[in-house]
Design a protein around this ligand. Structure first.
Ligand SMILES: *Cc1c(COP(=O)(O)O)cnc(C)c1O
Length: 388
């Protein structure tokens, strides 16, 4: 779309769904096949294709990533009286899923360089809780903004402590760590296909595991815990968490374009870096530490502002971009700063609060054109020099 003086340019959004004729054809095929709802052949195809992509044995397509986390935590035995340890900096869905089970969340702070959970603090928190006699049901790790957490340290550490690991890979499909895909760690892993994620089914999620009994049990619970009987027979509480065939058709199309979409998000990140990295007080989250960002899926590109070197703040940058028709946002507000979780236990190093105070996520969607990114960069110039 081009703009003219009397027609304002379209708003540049943070991370919009990016669909093409590939998806259109498959969704129409699903409609015409008669398999509109609830299940159908695209669901199985989608599950198999994602499992293969991530390199795990089995997968069940669900109505959301939150549903996947809920079922993963139930399988890990999260329940009242037990504790689940998780990062403070994450989307609320991770913590809410813990509360659904009745378990108590205990939050751990971030690494200062990439915002992912501090792996040493995570492991020492678990062993501290165990020494106190607390019953730790599980640890949930989160692969934030499309970058895998330090699973090379966390996975063996949790195995030694005897605690189940659930990987919240909602933001990280396509990312890897040492060549191993995000979503392949832990007892099980959750993916999200929400509208703003790297690929979407408009709404949806998936639970992955190398242990087929985890996935079989989740599939059963997600189908109202319906027993195999000629009538509706139920022996325990179930959920309505399955994905429909229409949405799975969209997912099959999106997955076929995943690498292309990741490539585009990476190109956008490189464009921002080339234009902004030299500005005083500006750095790129995930490019600060010893680990490069080559294996990230580049879901969202986040910059950090150094208050000692620039008068700009996240609020001033977001507002200034907003008035230029560009959407930018704060990083996830840490859970221990949320009114909802204020009384929860938190292992606080100050890192996530600092990242929240200094971070801005920039428009990163793969549907954005070079002209859109140029518009963002142009608007960021004055915004970052404090003149916005
Ligand atoms: C998006 C997201 C979820 C939840 O996924 P939904 O599909 O929206 O339920 C969970 N955890 C993280 C870290 C997310 O970013």
């Amino acid at each position: 779309m081009t703009s003219s003086p009397d027609q304002p340019a379209a708003r540049v959004l943070l991370s919009q769904a990016h669909v093409t004729e590939v998806e259109e054809k498959l969704v129409v095929e699903a409609l015409r096949s008669g398999w509109v709802a609830p299940l159908g052949p695209f669901v199985e195809q989608f599950e198999a294709a994602v499992a293969e992509r991530v390199g795990v044995a089995s997968a069940v397509a669900l109505s959301s990533g939150t549903a996947a986390l809920h079922l993963a935590l139930l399988h890990a035995g999260a329940e009242p009286g037990r504790v689940v340890v998780l990062p403070s900096m994450t989307f609320a869905a991770t913590a809410n899923a813990v509360l659904y089970t009745g378990a108590e969340p205990v939050f751990v702070d971030s690494r200062p360089d990439d915002a992912n959970v501090d792996p040493d603090a995570l492991l020492s928190t678990v062993s501290e809780l165990q020494k106190e006699g607390r019953d730790v049901a599980a640890v949930v790790t989160v692969d934030l903004f499309g970058r895998a957490a330090d699973h090379d340290v966390i996975e063996p550490g949790l195995a030694a402590l005897g605690v189940a690991h659930v990987e919240d890979a909602a933001e990280a499909l396509g990312a890897t760590l040492g060549g191993r895909p995000a979503g392949s760690y832990g007892q099980s892993a959750a993916l999200s296909f929400n509208g703003n994620k790297i690929m979407t089914t408009s709404g949806g999620g998936m639970l992955l595991s190398n242990d087929p009994t985890v996935v079989d049990r989740a599939r059963y619970l997600a189908t109202q815990a319906r027993q195999p009987a000629p009538w509706y027979e139920h022996t325990e509480v179930g959920y309505n968490y399955r994905m429909s065939n229409l949405l799975a058709a969209l997912g099959v199309g999106q997955l076929s374009r995943l690498d292309e979409m990741i490539g585009r998000r990476r190109a956008i990140r490189e464009r921002y870096a080339a234009a902004l990295a030299h500005l005083p007080g500006v750095s790129f989250l995930g490019r600060l530490g010893p680990r490069r960002d080559d294996e990230d899926n580049c879901w969202l590109t986040c910059i950090l502002l150094d208050p000692a070197a620039t008068p700009s703040t996240p609020d001033s940058v977001i507002e200034s971009l907003g008035s230029a028709g560009i959407e930018a946002r704060h990083l996830w507000k840490p859970m221990h700063l949320q009114p909802m979780y204020r009384s929860a236990r938190m292992v606080d190093t100050g890192a996530s609060a600092d990242l929240f105070a200094r971070g801005v996520t920039l428009p990163s969607g793969s549907a954005l054109s070079d002209a859109d990114i140029d518009r963002v960069i142009e608007a960021l110039g004055p915004a970052l020099s404090g003149a916005g």
